[in-house]
Design a protein around this ligand. Structure first.
Ligand SMILES: [Zn+2]
Ligand SMILES: [Zn+2]
Length: 66
């Protein structure tokens, strides 16, 4: 099976035991065994400061592309 997708450099994609559900760079699910969580705006603000494009817990886009 060949996956033709944009290659995301985030290491979580290569791990089988990624500590987060979503990739912070592309927003794809990297570990579906981790339960989806609801976040507070505070958590998103913190995540944004860490330059995460997507929230690793709920997959919400934090930083707009443009
Ligand atoms: Zn990714
Ligand atoms: Zn979130």
């Amino acid at each position: 099976m060949i996956r033709q997708r944009t290659v995301c450099p985030n290491l979580n994609h290569r791990r089988t035991d990624a500590p987060v559900r979503f990739c912070p760079m592309c927003g794809e699910v990297v570990n579906k065994d981790i339960h989806l969580r609801r976040c507070t705006e505070e958590k998103h603000a913190k995540s944004r400061r860490e330059m995460n494009k997507y929230c690793v817990a709920c997959g919400e886009q934090l930083i707009n592309g443009a």
